[in-house]
Design a protein around this ligand. Structure first.
Ligand code: GLU
Length: 464
């Protein structure tokens, strides 16, 4: 019988959900869903000093926003210490792990001497029990670290789902510390026990972990545990060719949520960073799951491209329901201290502007003009010349006299004013926009005016 595919994402809660981790989560999730498997969320919180609840909350919120639903979890490593201790006890017993009493000062001295001899620094296995070797008695008052007794020869080999076959000679690998002197297990050990206990069949993770995998494979073997398949996903590079980082702009999923991106756009865009399905650029969550079979994962780094993300987001904004966009715009306006509701006029405003917006922040920029006094730039304000003011006042009167406030009536009032003053449409429409909207460029002026109240439009024109 074939094993159920089980994947996981295992973020460390030491900050927000990084885009790179979100992409790995997305791949792991899509892979599990494609094969009808299960996806697990594990919180790797063994770095006690740097892990925070706030970070856990942000990670959970970002996963929810992206729609990466998990079948198990969140499972916290710090709640599994008993289990790790039990495994350590077995390993000490079996001789696949041992206590090392070397102090940091002694280890420094050891490395110093190795450097002086021109050797690559490594742990010299001084506390590793070996046949015929007599170990000194454990020193008083030194809490030992526990090290993994890595095989001394042979080669570790695996067929990476992304990178293909990889081999590392064991002689290149030190006896790794698996429990620190304070009793907390280290990443490379806890991750193996967890992936084993949680029956993980496929481990997708960032490239930066590829050097850890040989240790982990050796620990799996030492525990007699079945190996998962590993897939190491290349890094994401910023515009400057450097690894995407905080210094080079927003790297948290939450920042993109706040920046007015839609989760389906983010999901679509992230999926294309290091994976492809033919030439497809725009696809739904359902299509992604249908196509994501573990093939066509790129071996080379992906390039973060804000312009493409904007393009993808603009596509989804155009497609989104007005109700949903109105609710998002209301949230964006609230951030600016503007109180609004997703009422009928709001729905119509959203419908009018959404085609020209790449984000809901841009959409809120448009809609904000309905809630604040116009503040035209100096250049725009220059259009409000003394020569045009009589026409604007005549238009105000014509608009004030309208029995119905709709696009057709507004348009008729505009035409009537044009004729009476011998003007062409742009000569009147531009200053009207500046006076009422505070900007010279908008969609068709009658459509924009219609979504203000009659009183506000008349008032803004008369005030000039
Ligand atoms: N906690 C590790 C990280 O966030 C997990 C790596 C892994 O998936 O094994 O990088």
């Amino acid at each position: 019988m074939k094993k159920t595919v089980r994947t996981r994402i295992a973020p460390s809660p030491t900050g927000f959900l990084h885009l790179g981790t979100a992409r790995t989560a997305l791949f792991s999730w899509a892979y599990a869903r494609h094969y009808g498997g299960e996806f697990v969320l594990r919180i790797e919180d063994t770095d006690v000093a740097r892990s925070t609840q706030d970070s856990v909350d942000q990670i959970l919120q970002a996963m929810r926003w992206l729609g990466l639903d998990y079948d198990e979890g969140p499972i916290y490593q710090m709640r599994r210490l008993e289990r790790y201790n039990a495994v350590i006890a077995q390993m000490l017993e079996a001789g696949t792990a041992y206590r090392c009493y070397a102090t940091p000062a002694e280890l420094d001295e050891m490395r110093e001497a190795q450097r002086a001899r021109g050797e690559k620094t490594h742990y010299d296995r001084r506390w590793r029990p070996e046949p015929g070797k007599v170990l000194p008695p454990p020193p008083e008052g030194v809490a030992p670290a526990i090290r993994f007794a890595n095989p001394v020869d042979g080669v570790v080999t695996w067929d990476d789902v992304v990178k293909g076959p990889i081999s590392i000679a064991n002689r290149e690998i030190d006896d790794l510390i698996i429990v620190r002197p304070d009793g907390v297990p280290t990443y490379n050990f806890a991750v193996v026990v967890d992936d084993w206990d949680m029956n993980i069949t496929h481990v997708f993770r960032g490239d930066e972990h590829v050097n850890n995998t040989p240790w982990q494979i050796n620990i799996f073997h030492a525990l007699g545990a079945p190996l998962p398949q590993f897939g190491h996903v290349p890094v994401i590079l910023g515009d400057d060719g450097q690894k995407l980082s905080k210094r080079r702009g927003a790297v948290s999923v939450t920042a993109y949520e706040e920046g007015g991106y839609l989760p389906e756009a983010m999901l679509n865009y992230l999926a294309r960073l290091g994976w492809s399905h033919g030439d497809e650029e725009l696809f739904s969550r359902r299509q992604l799951v249908e196509w994501f079979d573990g093939e066509h994962l790129s071996r080379s780094p992906a390039q973060w491209d804000p312009a493409k993300l904007s393009w993808v987001n603009a596509h989804y904004i155009k497609q989104a329901d007005n109700d949903r966009l109105a609710a998002l715009v209301v949230q964006q306006l609230a951030r600016r201290g503007i109180e609004a509701t997703a009422d009928e006029p709001m729905l119509r405003r959203v419908a009018l502007f959404k085609d020209r917006c790449a984000t809901t922040v841009e959409l809120a920029d448009w809609v904000a003009m309905y809630f604040s006094e116009p503040q035209p730039s100096e250049a725009d304000a220059a259009q409000l010349t003394d020569a045009i003011k009589p026409a604007l006042q005549a238009l105000a009167d014509a608009l004030a006299a309208l029995p119905a406030w709709d696009k057709a009536s507004i348009s008729a009032a505009l035409k009537q004013t044009l004729q009476a003053h011998g003007l062409k449409m742009p000569q009147l429409a531009m200053p009207v926009r500046v006076a009422v909207c505070g900007r010279a460029q908008t969609p068709s002026v009658d459509a924009v005016l219609e979504l203000f109240t009659q009183a506000i439009v008349v008032d803004r024109l008369r005030k000039l």
